[in-house]
Design a protein around this ligand. Sequence first.
Ligand SMILES: Cc1cc2nc3c(=O)[nH]c(=O)nc-3n(C[C@H](O)[C@H](O)[C@H](O)COP(=O)(O)OP(=O)(O)OC[C@H]3O[C@@H](n4cnc5c(N)ncnc54)[C@H](O)[C@@H]3O)c2cc1C
Length: 416
Amino acid sequence: MKKQIAVIGFGAAAIGFIERIKNTDFEIHVFEKSKDIYSSSISGIRADGKLFVSKEMGGDIEIDLLLQKKLVDYYINHTNRKNVETGRSFTHDGYYKKFYEKGFQPVTSDFYHIGTDQLKEVLYNIYESFKSYKNIHFHFNREITGVEITGGKVKLSNGKTFEKVVVGVGRSGHKLVNSIITKYPELILDNTKVDLGIRYELPNHIVEELNREMYEFKIRYKSKTGYVVRTFCNNPSGFVVTENYDDFTTVNGHAKMKEKSSNTNFAILVTLKFTQPFNDPIGYGSYIAKLSNLLAGNGKVILQTYSHFKNSKRTKNLYRVMPTLEPDRYILGDINLAFPRRIIESIVDFIETLDTVVPGVANTDNLVYAPEIKFYSNYLNNDKFNSLYFIGDCSGATRSIIYATAHGYLVAEGIM
Ligand SMILES: Cc1cc2nc3c(=O)[nH]c(=O)nc-3n(C[C@H](O)[C@H](O)[C@H](O)COP(=O)(O)OP(=O)(O)OC[C@H]3O[C@@H](n4cnc5c(N)ncnc54)[C@H](O)[C@@H]3O)c2cc1C
């Protein structure tokens, strides 16, 4: 009988895993909680789709640049039009020096932007191609709630037992991962970090030179508070959106290939690294998110102008910059009522210093949305059991489409 592998979740990591292992005699069963391939909850490759080739971002594992580029091409080849925006960050020496001089660490990368609109067809086309393989079986509407290791095999909560189980449930699968690590705490290697911050929105013309030069500008900065602050997910002519977790709402941003706005948005995130005995950074971040939602109203986020954010005053009116977030998704307020002072000070220091490189970034009427949070999953040990593996974002090793896909790909190689 063929060896049976279960893959839990059909996201970026699962795609990399299946792509690598599909031509073997393993029988692959994919259990996905979303009801079908069209579901809006399926996979992280639905929004934005900026693919990076970089050693400096995307995850905490070493991924060869050639493999990264190969996977970028794989995704582009699964679009219908094969038409993507491309660019490079900080290859221009002048820009690199300008940022470096003011204390920023520029992050270099190549990027390929597929866009939210084309992403749907990518996921669908990949699914269709996998489906044509006789040894790959998809089971939708199957949420796995737990696993049990018995006699070298793994039993899933649906009663089925497999030689190997690969968990690729991303961040949305945190309940399953929690249930597994509660049962097998020896799997945890590290859990100490959370990134907390804001989404910043300003008119395109302030950052148009930067956007033209590199589309995605990623920088890190050690602020005067000692915290490291970074930009994340820059969206020229983009849109701010909310993102719903099980019990709170955060802010996010994306850009589309066709529809464009007159604003640029990006996240400004402060990395908080806790020390023992505290070991619940996800709990900490969630409480701050919930407190922000409490002030904003259920399912809403707080919006404030930059000067009010800096001076801790409630915003009641906006001036020149108009939000791209839908009006029923935010409330004008004061983020200082929800965020600890050290985080606010780090963000203000970052914006003020950035303004010395890009004038206009600290304009009083630029927009600040909160909360924006990036959780780091617990870093999990894939060498603990010979039958249970974690791939992609839920493993704590990755934070991006290409790194998650590559991680799946490499774990498949290891198993083969
Ligand atoms: C709004 C947004 C925009 C983003 N934009 C970008 C970007 O432009 N570029 C980039 O590189 N990264 C981006 N990311 C991050 C990227 O989406 C993730 O890093 C990547 O998708 C992680 O892949 P994954 O396979 O680990 O998880 P996912 O792609 O999230 O896939 C996990 C799958 O598991 C399923 N699942 C969850 N729990 C269970 C369960 N218990 N049982 C069965 N199935 C389950 C989910 O339904 C989902 O389909 C973005 C993320 C978000 C939220």
